[in-house]
Design a binder for this molecule. Structure first.
Ligand code: PGA
Length: 233
């Protein structure tokens, strides 16, 4: 069986675009056989789109317009040239109270707007320690419409901590998630993915790419991860 096309996604969070992101040889550009998406802060979406980078929003509201101070809608992201959007990143769930139901509604609105949403799921440390990982991701996934085509498994305890899941831990949850899905879907891993662990994580049969925060802000490191992915395609 040929591999699903690997997707390497950069989540810059609330950080400026790294210097050189728009250079001709930038690793943030799609190149060859793998997909590369970039999720910049909203104010940097336009410059990524005009640089020819496949760009996504870090969040979007389901309503297309209205009295929602500070937010942007899925239709606005599409009109700005975005191809994708993150839905339910753990930082949105934590700092903005996004529920499983709201995340499901966002995913549906994103698909309706012509975007490819990436729905983020994952357990906290205490949930893992209590043996609830599968239950948590099952509940999160049960709120998503069946048309979802990309899921990011991001254990909350691994995000920004420098402590990634082991390849075996990640593979186990990815394989479980796949059993829950009716339609073909790419399942990417996020949580302290870096140049040292990329090869092992991305070699797992059910890991179809990575959602990368900290290491995506260091252009050389991101370049190495993209090159690693390319050798595994
Ligand atoms: P990290 O972030 O790579 O810095 O752990 C990943 C994410 O939050 O998507």
């Amino acid at each position: 069986m040929t591999r699903r096309t690997l997707l390497i996604a950069a989540n810059w969070k609330m950080n400026p675009a790294p210097a050189g992101f728009d250079a001709a040889d930038s690793p943030f550009r799609k190149d060859g056989d793998i997909d590369v998406f970039v999720f910049p802060a909203s104010l940097d979406i336009a410059k990524c789109v005009s640089a020819g980078i496949i760009t996504g929003g870090q969040c979007g509201r389901r309503e297309s317009s209205g009295a929602f101070t500070g937010d942007v809608s899925m239709t606005m992201l599409k009109a700005a040239g975005c191809a994708s959007v993150l839905c339910g990143h753990s930082e949105r769930r934590k700092f903005h109270g996004e529920t499983d139901q709201a995340v499901g509604e966002q995913v549906k609105a994103a698909i309706d707007a012509g975007l490819t949403p990436i729905a983020c799921v994952g357990e906290t440390l205490s949930e893992r320690e209590e043996g609830k990982t599968f239950d948590v991701v099952k509940k999160q996934i049960s709120s998503l419409p069946p048309e979802i085509s990309i899921i990011a498994y991001e254990p909350v305890w691994a995000i920004g901590t420098g402590k990634s899941a082991t390849a075996a831990q990640a593979q186990e949850v990815h394989a479980y998630i796949r059993t829950l899905l009716k339609n073909p879907c790419r399942i990417i891993y996020g949580g302290s993915l870096n140049v040292a662990n990329a090869k092992e994580l991305l070699s797992q049969p059910d890991i179809d790419g990575g959602l990368i925060g900290g290491a995506s802000l260091k252009i050389e490191e991101f370049h190495s991860i993209v090159n690693t992915a390319r050798t595994l395609k």
